[in-house]
Write a protein that binds this ligand. Sequence first.
Ligand code: HEC
Length: 242
Amino acid sequence: MTSEWRGASPQTSEFERGGGPPRVRMKKFVKWFGISALAIGVMGFLAFLYFIPPFTLLKPEDFSGPAGKAGPDLSTISDPGERMMAERGHYLVTIGSCNDCHTTPGAQGPQIDTMYLAGGFKLTRRGHGSYVSVNLTPDKDTGIGSWTDEDLKRVWRNGLAPDGRPVPGSLMPWPAFSQWTEEDMHAVLVYLRHTAPIVHRTPKPAEAAFTDTAAYEEDYGGADYAAPANLEPAPRTKNHEP
Ligand code: HEC
């Protein structure tokens, strides 16, 4: 109540000593508290900007930027129809994440600049064995250079390798690619045939052996399985313990 600070009470003498009535002091306190909080907030935000590692500022879509830009320069294809097909193929190969499994891994991850789609990535699924991705570049001996269009389409459409061997759909996602239209398949084909041929031999695939169909654990390897020391058929005949 206002009468309380007008009387000869302790509050009155405090009022007389300065600082204003309690409401005014409260206002001052709120004002300075607000200013301090704002200053601390601004300093904190600046510190945050200063200390955070730059990669946390990357937009999620920028993480995969290099993979999306990898591959041959398609603008040099003179036939506009073929160029359009190759561009569509590049798009399908990018969103089909072929690059993730088919680019040769190195110490720093997939070697997108030098070994784009050159194969040699080893994937293990317990109970299904180990598989090594093939070289998808048009090299005649080690890549798909001598595969016919039909050879490639059969893999994507039916999951059958040229020799009739079933391709493991649990690791090479052909069941998803089988949804492509004929035109999509053709586009991927045209694009792959325009990539730089890279000589990189991957082990010959062995017969698939599903020793434990219940097991469904995966272990995506890291080393280049096609490095000379590792160049041997993929062990597929029994449960593979990495
Ligand atoms: C999750 C990993 C993964 C992705 C993604 C992937 N592949 Fe594969 N691919 C593999 C593996 C592993 C093999 C080897 C399978 C084997 O040993 O039979 C393979 C094999 C192949 C083969 C040869 C089939 C054979 O086994 O003889 C072709 C062709 C192929 N992939 C094309 C593609 C294309 C095109 C894409 C993208 C649209 C793609 N792959 C995406 C893992 C993958």
